[in-house]
Design a protein around this ligand. Structure first.
Ligand code: ADP
Ligand code: ASP
Ligand code: MG
Length: 431
């Protein structure tokens, strides 16, 4: 946001590391005031301060090993309410009237699923009215209210991004600005790859794939929402005035565009999955279906799957798959409960893994991407545990300790290393 820009309607989201303490809240307030005074209508979506959400989660687990989902959501949403109110106070002191709203007050209507609710509607009447009256509106991110139960819900970790894009769509905003602790979207996480390159533009499809593979710079559902509603997302740092990255529809291939002729748009990693191995499964029709029905019934998403060749002696096979680590216990408990029905001999669980993915729409037409990726991992002495591919992605599971080295090896192998200096990480603990 700068003063030379024409008057627009802007939704600006500030992440937790941008509002980690009182001084940061004042700094962000000043930035928003400048945007407002330039004549823009401004809606701010705010995350909880620093690592507040993690700390609230830790606190809940100290009180109760398995907190009730409804109460956990009541607790976690206080993080965003706190930062929203503080930001409004700081702005009012700077002479710009601001009103903070909870997600529910802002009209964020969701499904009833605690911890991972989806936005089904936005009724932004109150926001529209406040904008008309000249206020800057500050909305607590990551939360809403269930249409059916009327209970307070959260939208999943990192979902303030999704609140922002959904509001931008509902309010017909010109742009959704996502302010964070790095200068935009890079070819890999700059916390791991110092020589990662920032890209000026990236297409929805590529950003979607990177986010789906774990690049936490944007919440996956935020990118889905932006693509569906055609919202331009502008990722930039709240600590600098650098131009950032535009996430848009078609990326033009003009000269000077960093994406020009790129085969690979980036390397993503994900430490949030665990590996479940169902060993000694009878190699018979219908058994795999039975296993995955059990997992589906407990509402756990499966990512990668590998089935081994059955052993001649026993006629049994092993099926290995990955699930979100947070759902690991649920999946294991459900399978153990169905042990006799499925007929397996052993269940193994391993959360010391990570997934590393090479993403790029250009790889469709370039053979040899897999060979190059695996060659780079071999040269770095990294063992591959699982593999999965799509038209525009290759993912491998490696040991948790190998994730950083694998990301760096792939980044270098695909010629993504920057020639113009190191990426800056301004804040945040990376938690
Ligand atoms: P916020 O608190 O602003 O929501 P997040 O921690 O959720 O910030 O997301 C920003 C972080 O995403 C960066 O600090 C960086 O470590 C990480 N990240 C992962 N992949 C990428 C990528 N490809 N480009 C930029 N940042 C990335
Ligand atoms: N505070 C929430 C979280 O830490 C939501 C967000 O930051 O986007 O997951
Ligand atoms: Mg985030």
């Amino acid at each position: 946001m700068n003063e030379s820009e024409r008057a627009r309607r802007i939704v600006a989201k500030f992440g937790g590391s941008s509002v980690a303490d009182a001084a940061s809240i004042k700094r962000v307030a000043a930035r928003i005031v400048a945007a407002k005074q330039a004549g823009n209508e401004v809606v701010v979506v705010i995350s909880a301060m620093g690592d507040t959400t993690d700390e609230l989660m830790d606190l809940a687990l100290q009180v109760s090993p398995q907190p009730q989902p409804r109460e956990l959501d009541m607790l976690l949403t206080t993080g965003e309410r706190q930062s929203a109110a503080l930001l409004a106070m700081a702005m009012n002191d700077l002479g710009v009237e601001a009103l903070s709203y909870t997600g529910s007050q802002a009209g964020v209507i969701t499904t009833a699923q605690h911890g991972n609710a989806r936005i089904i509607d936005i009724t932004p009447g109150r926001i529209e009215k406040s904008l008309e009256e000249g206020y800057v509106v500050i909305v607590a991110g990551f939360q809403g209210v269930s249409q059916t139960t009327k209970d307070i819900t959260t939208l999943g970790r990192g979902a303030s991004d999704t609140t922002a894009v959904a509001l931008a769509a509902a309010l017909g905003a010109d742009v959704c600005e996502i302010y964070t602790d790095v200068d935009g979207v890079y070819t890999a996480d700059p916390r791991i790859v110092k020589g990662a390159r920032q890209v000026p533009r990236i297409s929805y499809d590529e950003m979607l794939e990177l986010a789906a593979c774990g690049a936490k710079i944007l919440h996956l559902r935020c990118v889905e929402y932006a693509r569906r509603e055609g919202v331009t997302v502008h990722v930039r740092s709240s600590f600098s005035n650098k131009p950032g990255t535009l996430v848009t529809g078609l990326v033009d291939m003009q000269k000077g565009n960093a994406m020009e002729e790129a085969i690979i748009s980036g390397i993503a990693h994900d430490r949030g999955e665990a590996k479940v191995t169902v060993a000694g499964v009878p190699d018979q029709v219908g058994v795999a279906a039975m296993i995955f029905e059990v997992i589906a019934e407990c509402d756990v998403n499966i990512d990668m799957i590998v089935q081994n060749v059955s052993e001649v002696a026993t006629g049994a096979t092993d099926i290995t798959f990955t699930v979100p680590m947070s759902d690991g216990k649920k999946a294991v408990d459900a399978l153990n409960a169905a042990k006799d029905r499925i007929g397996f001999t052993e269940l193994r669980y391993d959360d010391q893994i990570g997934k590393v993915s090479v993403v790029g729409v250009g790889m469709r037409t370039h053979p040899g991407v897999t060979a190059k990726f695996f060659g780079a991992l071999a040269a770095a002495n990294i063992n591959i545990q699982m593999i999965s591919t799509s038209e525009i992605r290759i993912s491998v599971v490696v040991g948790a300790d190998d994730v950083d080295a694998a990301v760096r090896a792939a980044h270098t192998a695909f010629g993504l290393d920057s020639v113009s200096g190191e990426a800056v990480v301004y804040a945040g603990t990376g938690r």
